[in-house]
Design a binder for this molecule. Structure first.
Ligand SMILES: NC(=O)c1ccc[n+]([C@@H]2O[C@H](COP(=O)([O-])OP(=O)(O)OC[C@H]3O[C@@H](n4cnc5c(N)ncnc54)[C@H](O)[C@@H]3O)[C@@H](O)[C@H]2O)c1
Ligand SMILES: [Zn+2]
Length: 508
């Protein structure tokens, strides 16, 4: 891994870089120092000697060399980002931004002595540099770290950050991931949306992180569950943002289950035509599904998720620690989505689920969540706007949605998906030579998930006919072919009716 540090003079790139390299057991390279060694004069002198253009040419050469090895920490000169070529070079490595407020920078720079770029008035120059360079640093930096406390503390934080698993651009997984919200919320303020159950817990603990530096953060608690995904709630929040004077530089941070990440995502997508979005999903459904993949939306009285947008989050921090407070029923329901990914997309994940004797915790849970998230992200990458492959995520959802609706939403989404999975694996056993239906049914049962709907198949049928997956050329259904593999097939009415009957038939 190559880690490059960028930031204004005095932000601590050399000091922190050296200690970080030590901690990671990496080599440390400082581009200014490399130039000095090669050309025989300190950067400041070279700058005068070669003129700005000549100096920058040398800098590019040096940067290319610095970034060409492996396992190193590279401290870059403050002006490195000015050149498009350099920014391109930086794109291939993990770039972290270091920052601090001006008084901290100035005191570290000892008033600017020996830094021609800060002459004649360091305080004024720093402001100019901040204004001109910040957008360029932002373009290349993956995340930001405030370095106002002791260097060792900044190093610890960076080490913890690098230990997170990066599942895809902007999606980080790991215990403690939530603590890095402030590293992604930019330099403006933020609006932190959350649900009542989290307002005094997880969400409040993140407010301080978001307020670090000179940034403002406002906490907004939205109604619980689906009531949040409502036009009036949405309007209220838009107006709140306008009243707070929020601009495009400010961030929406949504902390909670799928309801609040869907709402927060749509808010961020639409306020001023789009502001940065950071998600911290706190339910199994959120971590394995809802907060991944860029779909956002709210409901209309006419139906669920009828208004929305595809809008990628700048960062999604998936932190299994936050599931600790989740009620068991919610937790278990969410596992239905994880099991779904195992059946349809990832045989190794399914094998891990089958080994559970009770709902998982600790590393077993982390493994399953990470695999499920990866499986979804892979499909999303292949099909960002949901025109083909991504439909595989609907395994179990055809009958599932019908059960959810027919029960008047008395049966939870996860419970309904479990019933849908139970129905579709039995159908696949009969019609598609799927040989592992019994294993799936046994697992659902052990997890305490329902495997059939106590209701009338005809009622389910009505909902199946109305399901949006019912295209003009008949029905489409995702069926498992073997563990870890599924496909979207066309089915006729008779087969669909059979699915409805199976959903209402106890497992024999
Ligand atoms: N955008 C997508 O791709 C996508 C995918 C799947 C689902 N969804 C949406 O997600 C929503 C369902 O998500 P959900 O199941 O997370 O429901 P939810 O957001 O309603 O959360 C469920 C409940 O758990 C509480 N809660 C959340 N985190 C908690 C925690 N850590 N501790 C204690 N309580 C906590 C919430 O307050 C709520 O009462 C639906 O609106 C669905 O449409 C979206
Ligand atoms: Zn689902």
């Amino acid at each position: 891994m190559i880690v490059a540090l960028v930031g204004l003079p005095g932000a601590g790139k050399t000091r922190i870089g050296r200690e970080l390299a030590d901690r990671l057991g990496f080599a440390f390279l400082d581009t200014d120092q490399m130039m000095q060694e090669r050309l025989g004069a300190p950067a400041a002198e070279l700058y005068e000697l070669l003129g700005e253009a000549g100096f920058r040419d040398e800098e590019t050469k040096t940067l290319r060399e610095a970034l060409s090895g492996r396992d190193r920490v590279v401290s870059t000169g403050g002006g490195t980002v000015l050149r498009p070529d350099n920014r391109r070079l930086l794109r291939g490595v993990r770039v972290l931004g270091l920052t601090a407020r001006d008084p901290h920078l100035l005191s570290r720079l000892r008033g600017g002595r020996g830094r021609p770029v800060l002459a004649p008035n360091p305080a004024d120059r720093l402001q100019v540099l901040r204004r001109d360079r910040l957008p360029l640093y932002e373009e290349v930096a993956e995340a930001w770290f405030w370095t106002e406390s002791a260097p060792t503390r900044s190093v610890e934080r960076i080490v913890d950050f690098l230990a997170l698993r990066r599942l895809a651009g902007g999606v980080y997984f790991g215990r403690g991931a939530r603590r890095f919200v402030g590293s992604f919320s930019g330099f403006g303020g933020s609006l932190l949306l959350t649900q009542p159950a989290l307002a005094d817990g997880w969400a409040r603990s993140l407010l301080e992180t978001l307020r670090y530096g000179e940034r403002q953060a406002t906490l907004e608690v939205v109604p619980d569950g689906e009531a949040a995904k409502d036009l009036r709630v949405y309007e209220g929040l838009l107006r709140r943002m306008a009243a707070l004077g929020m601009t495009r530089d400010e961030t929406v941070v949504a902390v909670g289950g799928g309801a609040v990440t869907d709402l927060g995502g749509f808010l961020a997508a639409s306020y001023m035509r789009g502001v940065p979005l950071v998600l911290v999903p706190t339910t199994v459904v959120g971590q394995a599904d809802a907060a991944l993949g860029g779909k956002t939306g709210i409901n209309l009285p006419e139906g669920k998720n009828l208004v929305g947008a595809f809008y990628p989050a700048r960062a999604t921090l998936v932190d299994p620690d936050t599931l600790r407070t989740l009620p068991l029923s919610q937790f278990r329901d969410g596992l239905a989505e994880v099991v779904k990914c195992g059946i349809g997309l990832d045989a190794e994940l399914f094998a891990a689920c089958v080994a559970w004797r009770r709902p998982p915790a600790g590393p077993g849970l982390d493994f399953a969540l990470e695999r499920a998230a990866r499986a979804k992200l892979q499909l999303v990458a292949a099909d960002p706007r949901e025109s083909g492959e991504r439909a595989k995520l609907n395994l179990g959802h055809t009958a599932g949605h019908a059960v959810e609706a027919a029960s008047g939403y008395q049966i939870s989404h996860g419970g309904a998906v479990a019933i849908g999975l139970s129905a579709v694996v039995r159908l696949a056993e009969r019609r598609y030579a799927f040989g592992q239906a019994r294993e799936v049914l046994g697992l659902l049962d052990r997890l305490g998930l329902p495997t059939h709907y106590e209701g009338d198949p005809d009622a389910l049928w009505d909902y199946l006919v109305h399901d949006k997956k019912h295209g003009s050329q008949g029905f489409r259904l995702v069926v498992p072919r073997r563990l870890g593999a599924c496909e979207l097939v066309r089915v006729d009415e008779e087969e669909m009716r059979e699915l409805a009957v199976l959903a209402c038939t106890p497992v024999g």
